[in-house]
Design a protein around this ligand. Structure first.
Ligand SMILES: C[S@@+](CC[C@H](N)C(=O)[O-])C[C@H]1O[C@@H](n2cnc3c(N)ncnc32)[C@H](O)[C@@H]1O
Length: 250
């Protein structure tokens, strides 16, 4: 996809310039956006980095807000299938590598239990949205600062983890699965990701990389009726309302 950075004033400001320097994405005046060939644009609004896709014109832009997840992170957090699948429980706070970080929702919930979570996100646009959300959450209050300290994010490809020397007790994966026919029922962030990113078909490769890194288990999030990631036998399954967590024990 062709994404650019839209600036609002006559010349880009410092944040817009730094975003351009980090990502290499072209800077375009907001007034000129309709004149260039672009699939969407990143822009700052009220200090928040947002993504607007031109294929979703009526939809509010995408940005990362962990505030919206705070309730889920408080109410019966330990009863959630994600948390159980990862093996978090009484006295158990495994180290976690989330190899497909996305917008960080799952990583945030896992970190809210007290676990340290490293997230890899290979797409630079999604990574920038995630980084911005985390920066704002860290600045919010002392709890925001505490939770954010447990989350480390890197703009890198999980499949290129050959040089990784760190091992993690748990590797968590949530690759994109093919778009369902009930697309319109997807929640807004997922609709954006489906529109923006390609579905993956590299399950075997992901699982084999995960096996080199995980010391206790690999957890793969799937749609409730999606096939397993690979033909390998799953050891345990935890079901939520619309998702399933397949657990492969090491
Ligand atoms: C379905 S989303 C993950 C959503 C995430 N669990 C959340 O809670 O927001 C999948 C994400 O994984 C990223 N991804 C896919 N393959 C990857 C890889 N090999 N390395 C790093 N990130 C990857 C995609 O760019 C996408 O942002």
């Amino acid at each position: 996809m062709n994404i650019c950075i839209a600036y609002k004033c006559q010349v880009p400001d410092a944040d817009e310039g730094q975003l351009h320097a980090r990502t290499g994405l072209p800077l375009v005046s907001l007034l000129e956006i309709s004149k260039i060939q672009s699939d969407g644009y990143l822009y700052f609004s009220d200090g928040i980095l947002k993504l607007q896709l031109l294929s979703l014109p009526g939809m509010t832009p995408l940005f990362v807000s962990f505030e919206g997840l705070e309730r889920r992170a408080k109410d019966s957090l330990f009863q959630q299938s994600l948390i159980k699948a990862v093996g978090i429980g009484k006295g158990k706070r495994p180290s976690i590598l989330d190899g497909t970080g996305g917008l960080g929702s799952d990583g945030f919930l896992m970190a809210s239990t007290g676990c340290k979570v490293s997230l890899f996100e290979r797409d630079k646009v999604i990574y920038e949205l995630l980084k911005d959300g985390l920066r704002r959450y860290a600045a919010k209050d002392s709890n925001g600062k505490e939770v954010s300290k447990r989350i480390q994010i890197e703009n890198r490809d999980f499949l290129e983890s050959k040089t990784l020397t760190n091992r993690y007790e748990v590797v968590y994966l949530d690759p994109m699965f093919p778009m369902s026919k009930k697309r319109s029922r997807s929640k807004r962030p997922m609709l954006y990701l489906q529109e923006f990113l390609q579905a993956e078909n590299n399950g075997d490769q992901m699982l084999s990389v995960a096996k080199r890194i995980a010391t206790k288990r690999i957890v793969v999030k799937r749609g409730i009726r999606s096939p397993t990631l690979t033909n390998h036998d799953v050891d345990m399954v935890y079901r939520g309302n619309s998702n399933r967590f397949d657990v492969y024990l090491i």
